[in-house]
Design a protein around this ligand. Sequence first.
Ligand code: CP
Length: 315
Amino acid sequence: MADKNKKVIQWDRRNILDLKDLSKEEIDLVLETAKSFKEVSKRDVKKVPTLRGKSVVTLFFEPSTRTRASFELAAKRLSADTINIAASQSSISKGETILDTARNLEAMNVDLIIVRHGCAGVPDELAKHLKGSVVNAGDGCRAHPTQALLDMFTIQERFGKIEGLHVGIVGDILHSRVARSNIWGLKKLGAKVTLCGPPTLMPIGIEQMGVDVSYDLNEVIEKVDVLMLLRLQRERQKDNFLPSLREYAKYFGVNKKKLSKAKKDLVIMHPGPTNRGLELSSEIADGDNSLILDQVTNGVAVRMAILYLLLGTKT
Ligand code: CP
């Protein structure tokens, strides 16, 4: 029987830039839509005609394995045409501005641009000037909305819910767009969030986002249902935030011994790429509690849902 209390929403968003902007209902709609697309990737012929005739470009200014490949697979599985542009090999390296590059792509009637950039706000700036859709695939330390959506999908798939769960996010919070997007999303869906990491990698005033902060990983491990580990982003660390990597691994790296007091059904997540031996040991990364590869699998379904909602629902 249909749930009469469930708010039915119309998707009228042109871009996905930050989960700060999305309502709970919009997040729910993405996660619900992704469920039906997950089945497509299990078929022998992993393709549906939903976005036939649409064109999608990935424009990446930073390295990526998961996000770029899964957006490309998602678009291809929906029958859209795709082009990948690595900024280092494009005319941007000859002095063209990002906006001019994007406008030239739009002049070729591209429908959607997926952009990753080291500076916060670049996707928003493109969205302001383009007629087509823009999806943020990670901008600086600010937002990685599609990563958080696939993380929430994976949590919901495992626990059947997000509301009431306790999620610990561990590591380099200061530089993490994944942490910020997950905080926005998880709080909207009713989870409790505790952040944990060295004081030097904890943004001042982050509690204002409605999260708890702890500097003791052992204390956090005992309480949480989900332990989301973050990559130590050494490329963004201009100063000496840590005395040594060995010390980081000792206090904030997760290994089997530290998990001995965890809840039985605790799950380990990591957006990747992982630094084995630093953020987590191999036995944890590859262990029964790890959802790391499930996150990657679900990334395709969630990105199919996003492309469908942005491009496939308009006439
Ligand atoms: N999680 C994530 O964004 O991975 P990539 O950098 O490989 O895209």
